[in-house]
Design a protein around this ligand. Structure first.
Ligand SMILES: *Cc1c(COP(=O)(O)O)cnc(C)c1O
Length: 745
């Protein structure tokens, strides 16, 4: 892109750079960059955006029949980056880049918060640290701020050097560099370090954990001041992050120590609330900047049927009553609107029904407390679902298959217990090819919630054809009876070429046509134009059994020959798929045109091979302690006196019982829970709504302390091992009454 074009684009009264059409808020202020990514093409959204009032587009080719102003470039991503680089030249404050394998967002927020006590600060939103996110963050920054804190991340050679050119950091804060992982495309750890450290090549200083000293010395030029932070033995991530941030802040000396130690939470939550509302909250500082992120998160969750409400406390900066587009009502509290007192007296929980509500206030304020009440905490047992981990795991597998291979994401059984809808939304935006549900009802719910991508219904029996057709759910067909019925139902409705998925049994011996059925099957399919075979698939019985690969190979070979015969018989081609999670990790050469990703999407490693290293835990089931008592040796605990204490013990009660999905076989010291870093046995028989745990060995436990049943700290596989079952069963057994809380980091 030429300099003059950059100038005209940058200053032509557009101050918002948009790359994701869903984030559109102020059309007349927006310039849209149509980016091409492996999964999506921004050019497809131009017409829609033009219809909403956007009139300036940067494109690789000008679409036909759309009016607007178009700037044509060879590569829109490069154009975005070079425009950001130009824009960056106008900032002469202190630029700080935070990079490293993890903890970037928390350190960025932490530093921005602390620096605000000594000067104006601008920072990059959420986790915008990619080739696309960084340029956008640069465009969004306040050029008058004294300090700028920006995240930078890279997974491929060359990426960090490009970000360095854009950010031009004065100070680099490095959290750590993890060993090569799934998303990495580097040849070696050393190459990864060298690439990541290119962020510091023109910096004044770099702050980093002391264990990386050799690496930093090798890859960062000698003129850069190197500040190593020695980590105490056994320091956890929180402590490490705090020490790194504190050291970096000392560079900007006027920052007071008490500003440095305040922990910050950096995530947005969406959770079920009272009266069928969804409540969005965050723990960011209440300022106009974090409001923007929260509004974006809010808008992505809106559906046509639901009203959208914002309850907004006084912002630390900016307008008393900022203008917010696209919401049905806004309740301002603080200097621009009603006082806290008026708010508490005039606004009631019962005023809200069937709405999507963003509640934004400082911790401890009346607004934040109101938000907690809206969240309908009947009891404190929650399944927390980390949507960023879902994205991470999806991309982990995305990187393992060819770019052209479609990924079918299995969200059956309510997303393996995590809740299908939020996952579906997330996966839809990540570019999954298909979702697969078990029964038609699940698919119908997803459609009602606004999911538009293709959905496969793997149900053994369709009874509601009206729903199937009207929701455009694509059935799995596994028998002649089913095929005949489907064709009859389709004919009744005059349906043509409806996509179906033919299942073959190649060794699972559950459902599916057999090889010998091929001639009859092809004949029937030739005689009708109601259906079109979209895919042919089968399922592996032993993909995760490391000692049964011979059986797997026989299935793979049989499937290949079945597909060849089907193609010959039908005279047209279709896509093929047989691999599940374990199959993708172990037999990627058999990916055909599609793969089906299930358990690994949820971060559960069922086989422990190289390909599944680095997955992130998605679901964490936890509750809190509601009572603690000290008992002498000899005391019995619970129904039937099945546990007798053999020493003086501290016993806590937790409101999680078998009605919540806690298997009774985990009682009487068979299973454990995780409390403050210690595994504590479950004692006594598990009750319907509660259980007791032995916390004698756990430090600093009090009423209100969190107890993890499985998740981030206690792998779900450990729990299933105790019970002699598989993680799938544990995940899908969490009762629907347990509240699901979704968050992004
Ligand atoms: C559940 C299921 C999968 C996913 O299996 P995972 O082991 O969870 O990856 C794939 N295909 C079919 C047909 C399934 O029913």
């Amino acid at each position: 892109m030429k300099g003059s074009v950059i100038e005209s684009m940058r200053f032509a009264d557009k101050d918002i750079v948009l790359t994701d059409s869903r984030s559109l808020r102020y059309p007349e202020r927006t310039v849209f960059f149509a980016l091409r990514t492996p999964n999506n093409d921004g050019h497809n959204y131009i017409a829609g955006l033009a219809a909403k009032g956007v009139d300036l587009f940067v494109v690789e080719n000008v679409p036909e029949g759309v009016s607007g102003n178009f700037i044509t470039v060879d590569n829109t991503l490069e154009a975005l980056q070079s425009a950001a680089l130009e824009y960056r030249k106008s900032y002469d404050g202190k630029m700080i880049a935070v990079c490293g394998s993890r903890g970037k967002t928390i350190i960025k927020e932490w530093m921005a918060e602390a620096l605000a006590s000594v000067g104006t600060v601008t920072r990059s939103p959420r986790s915008w640290n990619s080739q696309i996110g960084v340029p956008q963050a640069i465009f969004g920054m306040d050029l008058n701020a004294k300090y700028a804190v920006v995240e930078a991340g890279a997974t491929e050679p060359g990426e960090m050097a490009r970000l360095e050119a854009i950010i031009k950091p004065e100070t680099v804060v490095l959290t750590g560099i993890e060993p090569l992982g799934g998303a990495d495309t580097y040849n070696s750890y050393d190459q990864k370090c060298s690439e990541l450290l290119s962020i510091a090549r023109n910096a004044k200083r770099i702050i980093y954990p002391a264990e990386l000293t050799d690496i930093v010395d090798r890859h960062v030029p000698p003129q850069v001041l190197k500040i190593a932070v020695v980590m105490p033995q056994g320091a956890d991530w929180m402590e490490r992050d705090r020490l790194i941030a504190a050291e970096a802040l000392r560079v900007y000396d006027a920052v007071a120590d008490d500003k440095i130690v305040r922990p910050l939470y950096t995530r947005l939550n969406a959770s079920a609330g009272v009266n069928n509302c969804t409540i969005i909250t965050d723990r960011f500082t209440c300022d106009s900047f974090s409001l923007d992120s929260a509004l974006d998160f809010l808008m992505r969750r809106r559906t046509p049927e639901r009203r959208v409400t914002v309850i907004l406390d006084r912002l630390r900066d900016g307008d008393a009553k900022p203008e917010i587009d696209g919401v049905n009502r806004i309740i301002y509290v603080g200097n621009g609107g009603m006082s806290e007192h008026e708010f508490l007296n005039n606004v009631a929980i019962s005023d809200f029904t069937d709405e999507l509500i963003l509640v934004k206030g400082e911790d401890g304020s009346a607004v934040a407390t109101f938000g907690e009440q809206l969240q309908a905490r009947h009891h404190e047992t929650v399944l927390e679902v980390n949507l960023d981990a879902v994205v991470h795991n999806f991309n982990h597998f995305r990187a393992m298959v060819k770019p052209t291979t479609g990924i079918v994401c299995m969200v059956k059984a309510s997303g393996y217990g995590a809740g299908a809808y939020e996952l579906a939304k997330t996966l839809q935006s990540q570019g999954a090819a298909y979702l697969a549900v078990a029964v038609v009802d699940e698919g119908e719910e997803l459609r009602h919630a606004g999911i538009t991508m293709p959905i496969m219904a793997l149900n053994p029996k369709v009874t509601n054809y009206d729903s199937l057709f009207s929701n455009h759910l694509e059935p799995e067909i596994f028998s002649f009876g089913m095929l005949d019925e489907f064709i009859r139902e389709g004919e009744k409705r005059g349906i043509k070429k409806y996509p179906i998925h033919i299942k073959f049994d190649t060794g699972m011996h559950r459902l599916g046509f057999l090889e010998d059925d091929i001639p009859t099957l092809c004949e029937k399919l030739e005689q009708t134009d109601v259906v079109n075979v979209e895919t042919v698939f089968s399922h592996l019985a032993t993909a995760d059994c490391l000692d049964m690969d011979e059986y797997t190979m026989a299935q793979l070979n049989l499937f290949t020959s079945i597909c060849d015969r089907m193609r010959a018989g039908l005279g047209y081609t279709f896509k093929r798929h047989i691999l599940n999670s374990a199959g993708i990790a172990r037999f990627p050469q058999w990916q055909f045109e599609m793969v089906r990703l299930g358990i690994s999407l949820y971060g559960v490693d069922t086989i422990g091979v190289e390909g599944t290293k680095g997955l992130r835990t998605v679901s964490t089931l936890s509750s809190i302690i509601i009572s603690i008592k000290e008992w002498p040796a000899g005391t019995s605990i619970g129904y039937g006196r099945r546990t007798i204490l053999d020493r003086q013990s501290r016993i806590a009660t937790v409101p999680m019982g078998y009605a919540d999905g806690l298997d009774r076989h985990l009682g009487n010291r068979a299973g454990c829970v995780w409390v403050n870093g210690v595994l504590c046995p479950i004692v006594g028989n598990i009750c319907m709504d509660a259980c007791m745990i032995d916390i004698t060995e756990a430090p600093d436990v009090e009423v209100g302390t969190s107890v993890e049943f499985f998740g981030e700290n206690l792998p779900v596989g450990d729990v299933s091992n105790v019970l002699g079952t598989i993680p799938y069963e544990i995940l899908t057994s969490v009762s629907p009454r347990v509240k699901r809380v979704y968050f992004r980091e």
